[in-house]
Ligand binder design. Structure first.
Ligand SMILES: [Mg+2]
Length: 367
């Protein structure tokens, strides 16, 4: 079996409302979609949702990386995913979001060829995945209203974006916990917005509001600060921006800097390396979450299949396709009801149909 053709599409997906986190706001997500065709009458979908802030990538760098990667992969076997990933790493360093799109499409082909949903092939630990819904930064009162709306829609877990000002962050968490009651899981994400001193203060103040975990309290490169926060926080501390690769995970675990790790396919370079992160973490007794950037239902399906497959991926923050107004996947993919992502009886990622208007014509075709 061989890879015959790789098509690259550029898509812009609008959010329902501007989505604000500590470092800034966005009104749309610019993604790159790839379709890998094989000589076996099977093709796979993959998606890149690059983040300049997190991995230094954007749609231009992704296409540039694919310009080098794709010709190398033509003729290679799509089922020998480790070889394919090794080949990608040999032609370009870094560029994990670009590589994630290829890795995802290869996994889709793997499932379609073997006629199984991907999560069943990769371990099949769960049949559904509980996802949170993320509340972007607004005033504390508005965020409490958004929290109530999310709970009314059936969400059992909320991820609250904080990291603006410590006083406002504490007030926001207090109002949200008051508004949603005790049964809803509340996680927070400061997106590098605090100093270690501020983080320790805030986390000690909000402990009484039963916060499940606190994500990336300090800047990504401030590992010393992260260690300090973990040591002095009553709430488990999760690394997101500080951990991209399996090597980063090992390093932070050895440094005793984290209680939890947030894996994202756009940081790891895809499913293969995400599974290695989960395994490294599992060996150290560190549970993982799977998160997302601004993926449509394609990338979200990949994350959900991984989360369902792997025991140590115990939390999921897979909600970007819910926050986006433009729905690229029109048929298939995963469904969400009452916080649970479920899988259709489809092979691979299960993505059946895309909105052709949003997808447009390929900007590159390699063969
Ligand atoms: Mg995060």
């Amino acid at each position: 079996m061989g890879i015959q053709q790789i098509e690259v599409y550029s898509v812009t997906l609008r959010y329902k409302e501007p989505f604000r986190i500590a470092p800034g706001a966005s009104s749309e997500s610019r993604n790159i979609v790839v379709r890998i065709l094989t000589d076996y009458d099977v093709f796979g979908w993959g998606e890149s949702s690059p983040s300049q802030r997190v991995t230094g990538e954007n749609t231009k760098t992704v296409v540039k990386a694919l310009d080098r990667i794709a010709p190398k992969l033509i003729g290679m076997c799509p089922l020998r995913i480790e070889q394919d990933v090794e080949a990608m790493d040999a032609v370009v360093e870094g560029n994990p979001a670009a590589k994630a799109a290829i890795d995802m499409a290869l996994h889709d082909i793997f499932g379609k060829t073997t006629r199984k949903p991907l999560f069943m092939l990769m371990g099949g630990y769960r049949t559904e995945v509980l996802t949170d819904l993320t509340l972007g930064i607004k005033s504390p009162k508005e965020m409490a209203k958004d929290a109530v709306r999310a709970v009314r829609r059936g969400f059992k877990a909320l991820k609250v974006k904080v990291g603006v000002s410590p006083a406002e962050d504490v007030e926001c968490i207090r109002l949200i916990r008051e508004a949603v009651g005790g049964d809803i899981q509340v996680r927070i994400d400061a997106n590098q917005g605090w100093t270690s001193k501020q983080a320790v203060e805030v986390l000690n103040k909000i402990e009484k509001f039963n916060i499940q975990l606190a994500e990336q309290p300090v800047p990504a490169e401030d590992i010393k600060g992260l260690i300090q926060v973990k040591k002095n926080s009553p709430i488990p501390v999760m690394a997101d921006e500080s951990v991209h690769s399996p090597e980063d995970a090992l390093h932070l675990i050895q440094a005793e800097a984290v209680d939890l790790i947030n894996i994202k396919l756009m940081k790891s370079g895809g499913i293969l390396k995400a599974r290695i992160i989960a395994a490294v973490a599992e060996a150290a007794g560190i549970p993982c979450m799977i998160g997302c950037m601004g993926e449509s239902g394609i990338g979200i399906a990949a994350g959900a299949h991984l989360a369902a497959a792997v025991k140590n991926i115990q939390y999921a923050d897979l909600d970007s396709d819910i926050l986006l107004k433009d729905k690229l996947v029109t048929k298939g993919g995963t469904k969400v009801k009452s916080s649970m992502r479920t899988f259709p009886k489809q092979y691979g990622l299960g993505v059946k149909e895309l909105d052709q208007k949003l997808l447009g014509e390929p900007i590159r075709v390699y063969k």
